[in-house]
Each structure stands twice: as C-alpha cells, then as structure tokens.
Design a protein around this ligand. Structure first.
Ligand code: C2O
Ligand code: CU
Ligand code: CU
Length: 520
C-alpha cells in the first residue's frame, strides 16, 4: 500500500532463491511435525486435535529433561493453501467446535477454524489472487473478518457478510498488503466478543520481495514465532466463563493468561536472533510487554508492516487488536532461561481500565511466556539497520472528528450507538484525511479502522513520537486523550457496502461503540 518506495524486481536470482526457500520450508515441515499444517489446507478433515503443533523440538533429547508440568509452546499450523489452475491461492476454513486443554489437565469446550481452537496461519504473497472458502459448522451465525487486509468492503467479513449454519462464504481478493502479520476473527453483530472468546481467531502472514530478502529471522515456528496473547476465565468444570459479573460489561478479562491457546507455555529457543510476531488477541486486556531480565529488544514492524528502522525498547504496550513484530538477541544465552512478562504494575491505573474494568492483573506484573535457550543457532540471521521506507502521508481533505463516550450504559461514537442500517461517514476515494479521535471517557479504547492503514500524527497535540511510528490499523487512546491519525482512501469505491470503525475492546464494540463508513 505504497509503504515501500524501493520498487522491487524479480530477477532470475531471486526466483531461484525463492524456489530453494520453498523446498527448505517443506523439508522443515516434515521433520518438525508441522506437516499437519500442509494437510490442514485440504479443508477441515475431522480428526485433527487442533491447529497447533509444538514448536519443532519435540524430538530433541532436551525435552526429556522438561518437567512434565511444562507445556511446550504450540505454534499455529502453517497453511500455504493450494493453487488453482488459474494461479489463485485457495484456502478453506471450517468453523467448528471442539474440546481443548487450555489449562493443563482440564478439558474446555472451545471453537476453532479447522480444529478445536484458534486457526491455521494463512500465508500469502503480495500481488496474488486469493480465495478463502469459509464454512460454518457451529450452531450459530458467524462472519470472518480479515483484520488488517486491504480488501473491498464486500470481502471484508464484517457484520454484513454473515455465514449461517452449514453455509459457506467465499472471500476473494488480491493481496495488496505489504509484508505484515494481520489476523482473522468473527465480526458477528453483537456476538464478536463471545465468539472470539471461545477460540475463533487466526493469523495471516503476508510476504513480499522485501520480506523474502531480509536477513531477519523468518523460519516459521523455528526462529519466527507467532504469539497470540489472550486471557480467559475458566469455571471449575472447565467451561469458559463469559460475561458472568457486572464488570465484564466494561471489557471481559480473565485470570489465566494464555499464549497460542495454552497457559504458561515454554518456548525452546535457538541461541540467535529470534523474532516474535505478537498479536494481542484478548477481548479487553492491555499488556505492557518486556523481558524478565530487562534486556532490550527491537521493534521491527507494526500492524501494517515494517518500520523504516529497528527501534530498541525495553517495553511494548499492546492493546486488543494490535500487533507488534519484534526481534531479540539470544546468541549469548545458551542454556539460560528467561521469560516474556507483562509489567502491568508500571502502567497508570487509568490505562488499564480505570474503575470498574480493572482487575487484579491490571496492577501486577505477570508471566506470559517462559523461554529456555536450549540450542545453538539454527539459522544465520541478523538485524538489518534499515528495513524499508515509509511514505509520510499529508492530508488533502477536511478533518473528521470521532468522539468516544459512554452514556446510559451504552458505548457510543459521536453520540450514536451502532446501527447496521446507518452509514455514518462517506469518504472519497483518492482523499487523504485526518481523523481526530477524542476519548471522552475514563477508560482506554483501542480505535480500529477496517481495511486501511493509517499513521499517527499526534497525541493531545504533541507531535508523534518514535513509539507511534509506522503503519497502524488500531491505536490505543488513553482516558481523555485525543489522537490525530491520517488515512488515505485509495480504491474500492462502493456506496452500498460499508466498512466498520470501532473500539477493539470487544465488549465495547458489541455494545455499540462502532460506526460504518463507505468509500465513494
Ligand atoms: Cu479486528 Cu472490526 O475488527
Ligand atoms: Cu478490522
Ligand atoms: Cu472501548
């Protein structure tokens, strides 16, 4: 989406290099147990136990030394799809129910795509035509929204593209995104929170020539590790507790922190640069990520793709819906153990929810992922000093204002509760607009815009700082904060098919903090 100025070319050398990469990844899949990923794209075959496989180390001798109480980090199966004769990359997803072991030794009824929980990681390339056939085998209507994909409104999978029980919906689009990790999840009117909470969420990795040729770690499940961080509350009988107490209406939080669907997993890492592509897939919880030994790590990408250059940090705040792509150097850490934590005690109480929506974990530091560096380097990787170039947008149309509020128990935008029959905003294709988003409420609200990436211009009048650089589709607004973002609407005019903008705390979204825009 015009993020990259360096235009790429496909040389014969690149082509050969690509072919050998494919051969290598197929080989790795077959030796690491990721082979389920390959069969998963055949379409929901009934007997799989889930969408995840342990991260490729189940056959190494060091596993025997793990205490049995440790669960290795599951990695969502990689699904490359299959190619139709016309070159379209085709995927199938089946929405189904099952049982999962989120907590060790306890069975929980869950939902998943092609499995019991979460979904396969769909991998696709910039420029390709893609088709994704989604069938629904659960007892309720659902939708599948491609959060972060730049697609026509009718393919967006919002509340209007419903999939009834036993029906199939086929989304078809050209991949216009640059390399990035985006994700998919239900967007069912009034039920998004409940369906995501029960397990419906999956990742999409988009590759392009820049990501193919980078020195960064990119060996999926080995040194390029997706982390879906969520929280759940689980009843003594193993069932998920959803919206059981009054305060849940402010945002559903749980006391069990899970990564890729399990609590407190262990990731066994090679002693080299390792990449974590992290999604906050929680309904409402905000995390303040950092390593247990206070080491630095490097942000390399945001929601929409690479940053221009790596940024060294010790903390990363991540709100629901946001992604961050980071790398960390473990090359001097062979045989050591550390963890990724949330340093939530460092955040002002207001940021963690303020008043009614705060729970105990909002003011404590807690563990998210244990890491044991147990092997020498497996890939020769490095941290480049320059990653890409990002074009800075400038506005050429009047500003729009969006005020987030709560009145009479309903969350609103510009004083209005969501109405699927009302178009709130009409934007012109070709325009670049500044959206001023005002949080007029004591709770934090991550504001999300469908199908477009934006840039953050300022917070409370202070010009954007480095921590807010890069392409975003979701921006966290602190209580009573005003954030100005800039967004360009380039294509896909359709006066009848709306896209959504909303708060990504799913209980706020379901309780009306959402509006619709069309591109004309
Ligand atoms: Cu991730 Cu409209 O949503
Ligand atoms: Cu979205
Ligand atoms: Cu909100």
């Amino acid at each position: 989406m015009c993020a990259m100025v360096n235009k790429r070319f496909i040389s014969r050398r690149n082509f050969i290099r690509k072919s050998s990469q494919i051969a290598q990844s197929v080989y790795l899949a077959s030796i690491t147990g990721l082979s389920a990923a390959i069969s998963a794209c055949g379409g929901g075959g009934g007997s799989n136990t889930g969408n995840t496989s342990q991260n490729g180390q189940t056959s190494t001798p060091s596993d025997n030394s793990s205490p049995s109480s440790v669960t290795l980090l599951p990695v969502p199966a990689l699904d490359n799809g299959t190619f139709a004769e016309n070159g379209t990359r085709e995927f199938t997803l089946n929405v189904q129910s099952g049982e999962s072991e989120i907590l060790k030794g306890i069975s929980t009824a869950t939902l998943g795509y092609n499995g019991n929980l979460l979904g396969p990681t769909l991998r696709m390339r910039h420029g390709e035509n893609v088709s994704i056939a989604v069938s629904n085998s659960i007892d309720e209507t659902t939708t599948v929204h491609w959060h972060g994909m730049h697609v026509p409104a009718l393919m967006d999978g919002g509340p209007h593209q419903t999939i009834a029980k036993n029906e199939t919906w086929v989304a078809q689009f050209t991949v216009l995104n640059e390399a990035a990790m985006v994700w998919y999840h239900p967007h069912t009117h009034g039920k998004t929170g409940s369906q995501v909470y029960r397990g419906l969420a999956g990742l999409i990795i988009v590759d392009d020539d820049i990501s193919d040729n980078t020195a960064l770690p990119r060996d999926y499940g080995i040194d390029d590790i997706p982390l879906v961080i969520q929280d759940r509350r689980i009843n003594p009988d193993g069932s998920l507790a959803y919206m059981t107490v009054m305060s849940d209406k402010m945002g559903m939080k749980g006391d069990h922190i899970i990564v890729n669907g399990v609590e407190n997993p262990l990731f066994k890492a090679p002693a080299q640069w390792v990449r974590f592509r992290i999604l906050n897939g929680s309904n409402a919880r905000i995390y303040n990520l950092g390593f247990s030994d206070e080491r630095s790590f490097y942000r390399i990408g945001t929601d929409g793709g690479y940053l221009e250059r790596p940024m060294e940090v010790k903390r990363q705040i991540l709100a629901p819906g946001e992604r961050i792509d980071v790398v960390v150097d473990f090359s001097a850490d062979l045989s050591s153990a550390l963890s990724i934590k949330s340093y939530s005690s460092e955040l002002p109480g207001s940021m963690m929810g303020g008043g009614m929506s705060m729970d105990a974990l909002d003011s404590e530091d807690f563990e998210i992922l244990s890491i044991q560096v147990d092997r020498v380097a497996v890939n020769e990787v490095a941290l480049p000093s320059v990653l890409t170039s990002v074009e800075l947008l400038s506005a050429d149309a009047p500003d729009r204002v969006f005020t987030l509020e709560r009145s009479a128990g309903v969350f609103t935008i510009n004083g209005k509760a969501f109405d699927s029959k009302r178009i709130d905003e009409r934007v012109s294709v070709g325009a670049t607009e500044i959206w001023e988003v005002i949080n007029n409420n004591g709770m934090p609200h991550p504001f999300h815009v469908h199908a477009e990436f934006f840039q953050i211009l300022s917070r409370d009048g202070v010009a954007v700082k480095e921590v807010d650089f890069g392409w975003k589709d979701t921006v966290l607004l602190n209580p009573f904060e005003t954030v100005r973002i800039i967004v360009r609407f380039q294509d896909f005019p359709d006066p009848d098919a709306p896209y959504m903008f909303h708060c990504h705390i799913l209980e706020h979204e379901d309780n009306a903090m959402m509006g619709q825009f069309v591109k004309v």
